[in-house]
Design a protein around this ligand. Structure first.
Ligand code: HPA
Ligand code: ZN
Length: 326
């Protein structure tokens, strides 16, 4: 079977990964030692064993705890450098990378420290590995719109270092409408708009991400299959969905990867893509996501080609770069 080799070798863009979610347990322990922080686990193997999640919130609790070892510009640089090196080996030629500044500014880490470290790794990887990348600032939806506005204000001195904004963290109970005004402001600033919606939350949150936030892409969106009118709209408007199979499996969004909705999304003509979300926590980088999904669902080489083409279509690179990759 040559499908796994094709999935690994094909050039692709990765559009849904949180840089804090690429913090491997080994790096967490190294950074903890660097800063004299005690982690409540014996070693990296014990930390990895704790990665057994029942739902999104049980993951987020560990994810925010892990991020606490990130303190200095060098830490953020090394984190992003490691992800980009790995992505390049998986034939990711372009990555759009989420970061969660509120996780860090709440601990007293300056916005400048976060953005400068991440941006430096992106510049270096472009020069040294030929992989292009861009940053997308995510607002934490369990916090207030006021705090999102404050975060945007802190980030504006670095406006050129990120291309867009997103919305992540605990979905249920925090609908897109809560952030209507801050996303309106972001649109005035010509930032690209994306939002997590329909991961655990209902199709109504996908409608609101589109109609209220004016999201250009939906992150996850896998619950769209429960709403036929929404499926038709997403297909007609070619609104991309950045789907993360191993994340959905680990957070028990589907009972089994074999029952994942991605084949239905493709069959419905939607612009679905495959991504890793939080690769250090969910058991694999982007190629492992492709391979697990294809093994479980029986998708074929035609679907592989479609998903790779979709990833470039869905990216925010300019039209000439898209042409080159498509
Ligand atoms: N969903 C919501 N918030 C997140 C995720 C996710 O998949 N990953 C990191 N933060
Ligand atoms: Zn995500």
């Amino acid at each position: 079977d040559r499908l796994p080799a094709l999935l690994a070798a094909m050039p692709k863009a990765e559009l849904h990964m949180h840089i804090e979610g690429s913090l491997e347990p080994e790096m967490a322990f190294a950074l903890a030692a660097r800063h004299g922080i005690a982690l409540p686990y014996a070693d990296s193997a014990a930390l990895r064993r704790a990665y057994a999640f029942g739902d999104l919130q049980s993951f987020l609790d560990l994810y925010y705890q892990g991020a606490a070892v990130l303190r200095t510009e060098q830490d953020f640089y090394e984190l992003a450098r490691a992800y980009l090196a790995r992505a390049a080996t998986e034939n990711v030629v372009h990555a759009e990378i989420f970061f969660d500044p509120q996780t860090h500014t709440a601990r007293g880490v300056p916005m400048a420290t976060v953005i400068r470290g991440l941006a430096r790794a992106g510049d270096e990887a472009r020069r040294e590995r030929g992989i292009s990348s861009a940053l997308i600032l995510c607002f934490l939806r369990h916090l207030s719109e006021r705090e999102a506005f404050e975060t945007l204000e802190q980030a504006l001195p670095f406006r050129d270092a990120f291309i867009g904004v997103g919305l992540d963290s605990s979905e249920r109970g925090h609908p897109p409408e809560k952030f209507a005004r801050v996303f309106a402001r972001c649109r005035e600033l010509d930032l690209h708009i994306v939002a997590h919606a329909g991961e655990e939350g209902p199709p109504a949150y996908i409608w609101a991400a589109l109609d209220v936030l004016k999201a250009e892409r939906i992150d996850h969106g896998v619950q769209a299959v429960h709403d036929a009118a929404l499926m038709q709209r997403l297909a007609r408007e070619r609104v991309p969905l950045t789907v993360c199979p191993l994340s959905n499996q680990k957070l028990q969004v589907f009972p089994d990867l074999a029952r994942h909705s991605l084949p239905q999304l493709l069959a419905g003509g939607l612009c679905a893509t495959v991504n890793s979300d939080d690769p250090a926590y969910f058991g694999g980088y982007v190629n492992a996501n492709f391979q697990a999904l294809f093994a479980a669902t029986g998708l074929d080489a035609q679907a592989a080609w479609q998903l790779a083409a979709n990833s470039f279509e869905a990216s925010f690179v300019d039209a000439s770069a898209k042409q080159r990759w498509l």
